[in-house]
Design a protein around this ligand. Structure first.
Ligand SMILES: [Zn+2]
Ligand SMILES: [Zn+2]
Length: 145
């Protein structure tokens, strides 16, 4: 994890504008990591961490340099520093994966019956109305849901 507060020319321009939000998410992440997980199933304890990691990547993605809201330099900096997952963001640019929760849920080998995770199944094709996938607690991330 990168050190958040270190002034100097190392940080690209615009960093001070996104630092409060990222700093906030970093703090939540650390809290989730030290949470005692009492009474939770093991997989469930990881859900908040996945969720915050997702939020961080989404935040950077939404500020995408292509939309000129942040510079390419700052965008790359965030990816290099681990604030966002380059691979996940790459998926979001592909049709059908715009809302993908995490990379694991799209890996067929990790799931029973060689299908992708239940959260990737569009709502109208699922029998259950309310779901939570076992990997990250996703409640459905198919495009169009
Ligand atoms: Zn999902
Ligand atoms: Zn997931």
């Amino acid at each position: 994890m990168p050190k958040i507060r270190r002034m100097g020319s190392k940080y690209p321009e615009g960093w001070e504008l996104i630092e409060p939000t990222l700093g906030d998410l970093e703090r939540k992440m650390r809290e989730a990591e030290i949470d005692p997980h009492d009474g939770k199933r093991k997989c469930e304890a990881l859900w908040p961490i996945f969720k915050i990691a997702h939020q961080k990547s989404r935040y950077i993605y939404d500020l995408d340099f292509r939309r000129k809201e942040i510079s390419k330099e700052l965008y790359e900096f965030c990816l290099e520093q681990g604030y966002a997952d380059r691979n996940l963001i790459a998926k979001w640019t592909k049709p059908g994966y715009e809302r993908l929760c995490c990379l694991r849920c799209m890996q067929p080998r990790d799931h029973n019956f060689q299908t992708t995770c239940v959260c990737r199944v569009p709502k109208h094709l699922r029998e259950e109305k309310v779901i939570e996938c076992i990997h990250c607690g996703c409640r459905g991330c198919a495009s169009g849901d």
